[in-house]
Design a protein around this ligand. Sequence first.
Ligand code: DC
Length: 224
Amino acid sequence: MIVAIDGPAGAGKSSASRLLAARLGLALVDTGALYRCVALAARDQGVAWDDDARLAGLVPTLALSFGWRGGEPRVYLGGRDVTAAIRDPEISRGASTASARRSVRDGLFDLQRRLGREAPGGAVLEGRDIGTVVFPDADAKFFLTADPRVRAGRRLAELVGRGVATTLAAVLTEQEQRDHDDENRAVAPLRRAPDAEPIDTTALSLDEVVATMERSLRRRGLIP
Ligand code: DC
């Protein structure tokens, strides 16, 4: 079973994907982490985040994988645990730039398909274009949204929790720019697939979001 979860940053995709995957015993594929790894590797190797020719050469050389440690999902790049490093604000900007490049998206396409297909029992994939581009044939698709201020508030809490000094206003401004870029880029723009179920998470708890997804999967006979 393939479950696609798309939506803008701060809509609650990561938490919901994680809990849904754990409850259903499915693998979890955080595709944003793959774009972040590309940005990190590019920076480390002196490759500009918009240098298509060099990015196209770099992406296939990257050994990207997911794992768990102490009950927490981890991301590995060439055997190195980069889970924390890829959340750095500089790498977030790099991932935003690199993810708009066709060289990078094409380079990650097969890997995403493979990670989903090879997972025993199936996978929950979260990203921006899972239901539209990577798995247009997914068994179930959800598109999460939330009020922009609520999304920014969640992001602020996450950043402050990691010791990053910032403000709600700064997060909101950067979020608006990111939303605009993601929705208007030429390649795989952020868009709800026509057959994706929209879920507005503004006033929902994490449990309520996941319960909504489970009800939908049950209604369609995908889970008992
Ligand atoms: O979800 P995230 O913030 O970790 O994603 C990092 C960046 O990658 C963000 O700018 C959106 C982009 N992205 C994308 O273009 N397509 C995906 N499937 C996942 C993420």
